[in-house]
Design a protein around this ligand. Structure first.
Ligand code: ZN
Length: 150
């Protein structure tokens, strides 16, 4: 049953760690539920090499962030954007393409039936989307430091 997968990610979030450095950083909140996330991405060129996603909130938001942290490393920005659009679609009743690797995210597909929880499931992803946009906005190489590496 899908709940077991969600609870497993909630109990042991894959992205709960500090990165040696981060190239993209963003914070997100879902005031409806009180969920908060701090996201940190390490890049090599246009590829994501590591993800720290420290999410504090309900099981759905934490599990979604954990699944994201598990899926993204090794993906290009283009692949990441495709995955992002796919997951947003899933939360609005559009099934993921059969040939796309979505990891444990299919366990969250049932969340679409609960509009309040959809915001929880999407928190990590909208925070990711904003982080990627900020990258495009600073194409001059104006890298932001996250200060996580004392
Ligand atoms: Zn929530």
């Amino acid at each position: 049953m899908y709940r077991d997968v969600v609870l497993d990610h909630y109990r042991a979030p894959r992205g709960k760690k500090k990165l040696a450095h981060c190239d993209l950083r963003n914070e997100g909140q879902n005031p409806v539920c009180g969920d908060e996330i701090s996201l940190c991405l390490a890049l090599a060129g246009d590829r994501i090499v590591d993800v720290a996603a420290d999410c504090r909130g309900c099981s759905i938001s934490v599990a979604s962030a954990s699944m994201m942290a598990e899926l993204l490393p090794g993906k290009s920005i283009t692949e990441t954007e495709h995955l992002l659009e796919t997951f947003k679609g899933m939360m609005h009743g559009i099934s993921a393409p059969a040939d796309l690797e979505i990891g444990d995210l299919d366990a969250l597909e049932g969340v679409q039936k609960f509009p309040v929880r959809v915001k929880c499931a999407l928190l990590a992803w909208t925070t990711l989307e904003e982080a990627l946009k900020s990258r495009k906005g600073s194409a001059s190489g104006n890298r932001s430091h996250c200060g996580d590496h004392e």
